[in-house]
Design a protein around this ligand. Structure first.
Ligand code: GLN
Length: 238
């Protein structure tokens, strides 16, 4: 993002000079541009965002691409959904898909609903799978769960450190606490032949492979240099 682009977006968003001044002041104080605008672009969509809720990153478009590849008529669950970028973009492209998103944080659930409900997707509030209907089964389970090791939160850009909820970033000692839980719990929610997709970093990917393989998953690590993204693609052996 460059200064000229930001200026243009703020100019477009402001109704008048005094609102422009207040938007610029918030941005100068370090607030993420997306919070100031009230939306973030993801995969060509404008998604609502809300203060404290993880701002969707472009790299998560890798999960979207893999989710769309995984199956032609997906029922999809997005875990730790934040504003629900993957679920919303899947539903926008495949209106016939059945799509649910879940998050622990009520602020995330509210903004995920604003994005997903107009497209007829649904959002539940709860810890990972806790609030899903017991009979639900999914062809694709996608998660951009927090995966930053706790001790490395201090190295994140100021916008993330000061404005995003630590709950959305902190993945515990090695960053993979949630990934261990997903590896342990996802099988029961997956339809036969289904796929689990988890965003990770290049550095953490080998440990993710061990974590998922130890639970019986067949794992492929998918890097995308252009998006600076890495995903774990896990399936259960037939
Ligand atoms: N490194 C990631 C980012 O800021 C962390 C994302 C996450 O924890 N889900 O884009």
């Amino acid at each position: 993002m460059f200064a000229e682009d930001e200026a243009r977006l703020l100019l477009d968003e402001a109704r008048d000079a005094s609102q422009l001044e207040s938007l610029v002041a918030r941005r100068v104080a370090g607030e993420p541009l997306e919070y100031v605008l009230g939306w973030a672009e993801f995969a060509g969509l404008r998604l609502a965002v809300a203060p404290g809720v993880f701002v969707p990153r472009r790299r998560t478009e890798l999960l979207l691409r893999l989710a769309l590849d995984a199956i032609s008529r997906p029922s999809l669950l997005e875990l730790c959904c934040g504003v629900a970028p993957v679920a919303t973009a899947v539903k926008a492209r495949r209106p016939e898909a059945s799509v649910i998103a879940s998050d622990l944080d009520p602020a995330a659930v509210a903004v995920a609903r604003a994005n997903l409900e107009p497209l007829d997707g649904s959002v539940v509030e709860g810890d990972l799978f806790a609030s899903l209907p017991a009979t639900a089964r999914f062809d694709v389970i996608a998660a951009n769960a927090p995966y930053v090791p706790s001790a490395e939160l201090v190295n994140m850009p100021r916008e993330a450190r000061e404005f995003e909820h630590p709950l959305a970033l902190d993945g515990g000692d090695d960053g993979l606490a949630l990934h261990r839980r997903i590896a342990a719990e996802a099988a029961r929610w997956l339809a036969p032949g289904g796929t689990v997709l988890v965003e990770t970093s290049r550095r953490q990917a080998p440990l993710d492979r061990e974590i998922f393989e130890a639970r019986g998953w067949r794992v492929e690590l998918v890097p995308d240099d252009e998006l600076d993204a890495t995903a774990v693609r896990a399936v259960l052996p037939a």
